[in-house]
Design a protein around this ligand. Sequence first.
Ligand SMILES: Nc1ncnc2c1ncn2[C@@H]1O[C@H](COP(=O)(O)OP(=O)(O)OP(=O)(O)O)[C@@H](O)[C@H]1O
Length: 297
Amino acid sequence: MTVIDVDGVTRRFGEVVALDDVSLEVGPGELVGLLGPNGAGKSTLLSLVSGQRRPDTGRVRLLDGDPRDAASRIGLGITPQETGLPPTLRVGEVVDFVGGHFPDPMPTAELLEQFGLTDKARKQTGSLSGGQKRRLAVALALVGRPRVILLDEPTTGLDVTARQVLWEAIRRYHAGGGTVLLTSHYLEEVQALAERVVVIDHGVVRADDSLDGILRRVGLRRVVLRAPVDLVDRPGVSRGEHRGDGTQELYTPDADALVRDLVTSGVEFSDLQIRGASLEEAFAEMVASGSLEGADR
Ligand SMILES: Nc1ncnc2c1ncn2[C@@H]1O[C@H](COP(=O)(O)OP(=O)(O)OP(=O)(O)O)[C@@H](O)[C@H]1O
């Protein structure tokens, strides 16, 4: 059985082609991260899978049914990018209310416990912090014991602790056999959770690979240093530039080898900084180098 089956889907908003012939299959128990820059088409894809929108062309199936049928959506949990919670209802009441729409909801106390919200059960949602609201919004996706959940940027804007609580809850759901499709701007988040990564840009699926496969492609390091000679064209540097502050910014697959080479060659560098490339940088590199072309599973 395929839990999510998107086949040759195109969706336009006026002149904008939000999704351009996108196909994606997600099987039972998979945890898939959907990555892409702003405006890539991630939320549009989720809205088609959840039956909120129809594709212009192509076909979308959810749990072997039409996502616009309530019978298919009973097995779906969703946390959109923004959730409006009724501000005067208490946290426990909101969970009870949403759970009441499902045949076998999770007990409210158990769900709140999992999301670290037990002591907020009697608070009005309007009094919650941004992070607490977000945790509640994700908890609501799970209350009906869904077979699949769609999470649109579940932890954007959260602090480290709140993010960890959510990651744990998502892992627990997945370990129990649940299927997850989540979007994120954060490579770190996808790295922490997903087994499979789909990269989308300008409405097109650019890569669909295991997490390891994607990380190998984006395994670039960013090296910044000050040096009296030009290092941009040095062997081992895949791309680089001179910055306004007099430093050079270099991207390399092997920062250790590059630094060893500079030391043995006697290059007098200073102010050395090394870190992993961010998703945006890695993504730009993938597009620039053409490594995404023809990439597929
Ligand atoms: N309701 C709408 N009306 C008009 N254009 C839209 C609408 N929804 C999305 N778009 C456009 O479709 C494209 C894809 O948007 P979408 O929200 O799916 O991207 P995204 O990858 O989720 O972005 P973000 O990471 O910023 O949430 C964008 O160009 C966006 O401006």
